[in-house]
Design a protein around this ligand. Structure first.
Ligand code: FPP
Length: 238
């Protein structure tokens, strides 16, 4: 494997963190333990992004569909989010990382929302690195909301339908101003997009690894980045 500092790094990595449940099940543990171990993986990968000079990281932490899980599991995930943000706020400042969130943030429990908004506000001025958490996020919902916002402007007479370009539409999405991901990583072997960043992933390289998310560490990440580098090199050749 080439050393990390000679590899072609993506500017923006998006991750579908899958396999927490299976990781726990295979150890005879409750699913909540899988999510807890998954939060530890988040910490590792965030540090790896800083180390490798990857400025944008988007994590699919909770989908609109995840609300259908048992209440106890949803509560565990929301508590883990709070604990993670409280524990990692210092690191975000140390590494000059801005926190952003995309999704139906208004649906999150008040406690999680308050912590989230506090950390977003306290890191808002950093420009070096950005961590984007997709929370209660669904890509179709995002696209519909963007269409509604533009339709309202057309109805108000401030926007001509012909003026709606790809750029204008992208600017109406929750990811406005964030470059599209260059690389999508999905752990645990599933070959699905699961309603994640459908518009933004149009040109992304997709790497699926069999590794379960709680086992995904710096070394696994390097393997994925190496695969990304190989693809980019092929793309540049004949
Ligand atoms: C998918 O695994 C994972 C999730 C639905 C939640 C992801 C959450 C974390 C990694 C921890 C908390 C997040 C942060 C940002 C601190 P699954 O439960 O669907 O796994 P399975 O397919 O094996 O059942």
């Amino acid at each position: 494997m080439p050393p990390a500092d000679t590899m072609t790094m993506p500017r923006h990595v998006a991750v579908i963190m899958d396999g927490n449940g299976r990781w726990a099940q295979s150890r005879g543990l409750p699913r909540s333990e899988g999510h807890r171990a998954g939060a530890e993986s988040v910490r590792r990968i965030l540090n790896a992004c800083t180390e490798f000079g990857i400025p944008y990281l988007t994590l699919y932490a909770f989908s609109t569909e995840n609300w259908k899980r048992p209440k106890a599991e949803v509560d565990t995930l929301m508590k883990l989010l709070c604990d993670f943000l409280k524990a990692r706020e210092k690191d975000l400042h140390k590494n000059k990382t801005r926190l952003l969130a995309i999704g139906q943030i208004e649906r999150l429990p008040e406690k999680s929302r308050t912590v989230l908004e506090k950390v977003i506000a306290s890191t808002a001025t950093y420009t070096e690195r950005t961590l984007i958490l997709a929370l209660s996020y669904g890509s179709r919902d995002e696209i519909v909301r963007a269409a509604q916002a533009l339709a309202r402007r057309v109805k108000a007479g401030t926007l001509e339908p012909e003026a709606i370009t790809e750029e204008l539409f992208a600017g109406a999405l929750m990811t406005a101003g964030i470059p599209d991901p260059d690389l999508l990583v999905r752990t645990s072997g599933e070959m699905r997009l699961s309603n994640f960043l459908l518009w933004q992933l149009s040109y992304a390289e997709i790497v699926v690894t069999p590794c379960l998310w709680p086992d995904f560490d710096r070394a696994q990440f390097l393997l994925v980045l190496e695969e990304y580098g190989r693809r980019i090199r092929r793309f540049g050749g004949v």
